[in-house]
Design a protein. Structure first.
Length: 314
């Protein structure tokens, strides 16, 4: 058996058992991938994949165990390469961050310029997607880190740590009735009052939308969600067009920047949320990755992150 066979098995699983797609990702031929997998199965004496004719349909029971071992082996091989890079080129390399639009637009601009000053030779890439997609990117090693609010902490194989907390804000045009409320009245704002107006907020996969739905549902209040979007900039644009009131993450509202809008904190209605940073369990992190994490969340020192990544005993 050899690493090439392991690589073919891992990629076949990652590509939902599509040999053609796996071969394309590995820059080889589909027959070559199929032949290498069959040779590995013959050597092991077990079938790794369930087949229907020539098509692979899934993993067999022993194949599930083989796939987990293969993934661990290939992860350690990748770690060896990263160790080599770390000591040969300490301040060079790449860092790919998978994040939601809110993180890319409002949280990371505080961090990235400082990181670039410290590591000008490190190439940064931002990939945006839903929290579930971000977790998959990290698990498939298409990204080094993921930053999001939902889903990450619930994903097997991920280590996640809290970055910062935030609350929702209702945004309305300056001439809107809610904008005329006194601070005392704003603090007593109810879900029933919000539901009197059309609501514009996030898609259900983003930025605490589940908490918004649960809050309304728990009070048997049924707002009219006239528009859902994946980022706060779109929400604010349509609020300015008087299509409805917006409910967005507090980090996405800046009174100095959003001069046409008024923001009303509503954390007591929708709860406090935690944005988290996630990485693949057991992965080797380059030195500059620890620096990036600490810039994003100063409490997440190298020691804290290493402790979280350390495999559990036994």
């Amino acid at each position: 058996m050899n690493l090439q066979q392991f690589k073919f098995v891992r990629e076949t699983v990652r590509r939902d058992f599509n040999l053609t797609e796996a071969a394309r990702m590995l820059y080889t031929s589909q027959p070559g991938v199929s032949k290498a997998i069959i040779e590995l199965e013959d050597e092991l004496g077990v079938k790794i994949f369930e087949r229907h004719g020539k098509r692979i349909k899934g993993l067999t029971k022993p194949g599930q165990a083989v796939s987990q071992i293969v993934d661990r082996i290939m992860r350690e091989v990748d770690n060896l390469k990263k160790v080599s890079d770390e000591f040969a080129r300490r301040d060079e390399g790449g860092l790919t961050i998978a994040c939601t639009h809110t993180q890319a637009r409002y949280a990371l601009p505080i961090v990235i310029p400082a990181f670039r000053q410290l590591f000008p030779k490190v190439h940064l890439s931002l990939i945006q997607g839903s929290p579930g997609q971000l977790a998959e990117m990290v698990l498939n090693e298409q990204a080094d880190l993921a930053v999001a609010t939902e889903a990450l902490a619930l994903t097997p194989g991920m280590v996640t740590l809290p970055c910062y907390t935030w609350e929702h804000v209702v945004v309305v045009p300056k001439d809107h009735p809610l904008a005329q409320l006194t601070p005392a009245q704003s603090r007593k704002l109810t879900l029933e009052q919000l539901a009197q107006y059309p609501v514009i907020t996030y898609d259900r996969a983003f930025a605490g939308r589940v908490a918004i739905d649960q809050a309304f549902s728990s009070q048997d209040v049924h707002p009219d969600f006239v528009l859902e979007a994946i980022d706060a900039d779109v929400i604010k644009t349509y609020v300015e067009l008087n299509m409805g009131i917006g409910i967005i993450a507090g980090v996405a509202y800046d009174a100095k920047r959003d001069i046409n809008l008024v923001g009303i904190p509503v954390g007591r209605l929708f709860g406090v949320h935690t944005s988290r940073i996630g990485m693949k369990s057991g992965i080797f992190l380059r030195d500059y990755v620890y620096t990036f994490v600490e810039l994003l969340a100063p409490a997440l020192t190298r020691e804290v992150v290493q402790e979280a990544l350390r495999p559990a005993p036994g």
